[in-house]
Design a protein around this ligand. Sequence first.
Ligand SMILES: Nc1ncnc2c1ncn2[C@@H]1O[C@H](COP(=O)(O)OP(=O)(O)OP(=O)(O)O)[C@@H](O)[C@H]1O
Ligand SMILES: [Mg+2]
Length: 313
Amino acid sequence: MLQAIGLSKVFSEPARSLRDIFNKEARRFYALRDVSVQIGEEEVLGIVGESGCGKSTLARTVARIYTPDKGRIIFMGKDITHLNNRELFDARRRMQIIFQNPYSSLNPRRRVSDIIGDPLRLHGLYEESAISEALRAVGLDETYAKRYPHQLSGGERQRVAIARALALRPSLMIADEITSSLDVSTQMRILELLKRIKNEYRLSMMFISHDLAVVNYMSDRVAVMYAGEIVEEGPSHEIINNPLHPYTQALIESVPDPRKGWRPRVKEVEGDHVSPGCRFAPRCPYAFEKCYAMRPTLTQYNNSRKVACFLHQ
Ligand SMILES: Nc1ncnc2c1ncn2[C@@H]1O[C@H](COP(=O)(O)OP(=O)(O)OP(=O)(O)O)[C@@H](O)[C@H]1O
Ligand SMILES: [Mg+2]
């Protein structure tokens, strides 16, 4: 369904001093560095990692909201890396992104029926029954069609966002932190809804969250991101039961346990954009000399798993 090969995306950090303004090169950093992912038909790939590691940048690059600085994106057998907006028209319908914040992703001045209907009209797929069908699929009755976004709860808004995406009959759904603004029980209901829809509509999915437990629940495979790179990848249950990368281990250990009182084990260190070594080394409890001198690449560990760490190479 989707193959991203060696994607890199470079941004410039905002200047913090007058000298910075003229030193553009020094402010450049990789939001994505050489990231490759594959999603099979009806497969859910989970992407997990802490805030700022590049998850949304990956989603936006794969969906060609951004153009990658390096690498290729193959979607349904077609290279979409350098297509222009007109050429992307069809791919955009088949690959739907749902964003984190349901308050900003729905036009406040449009009724739900138009929020769902507008993209259908654009693609020449509009039928009156499509609106109520999409609403029903996400567990909302027809009376919601007349409402405006401010008349919906956060969970209902996210349902409308899912309905809008679903109505377009996509093949791949990208869900970027879609439950992080919701309370725990609403989050659970949305996740269950998404799972059901995924099976019913036989979708492929990229499911993004900073919460490893949530990603594990939703995904067949998981890719763990750290500072713009994938550091570990494999089947969800194997990653959870036997994490190889020290960062993944820290992620699992830092899942809050109310009995223990939560304290993250690895301490925060300012990221160093120019270090030639492993990006995680400054925070890694096992780092040795080589880790500061060379960058480990994502390497096949066994049949199903990959890891970027010298401890395993
Ligand atoms: N359009 C942009 N221009 C410049 N820098 C950007 C841009 N978008 C993202 N960044 C930077 O790239 C890095 C990765 O951001 P990204 O939004 O992909 O992280 P994330 O993993 O989605 O984080 P979160 O979990 O908080 O959503 C951050 O340092 C961010 O500041
Ligand atoms: Mg994000």
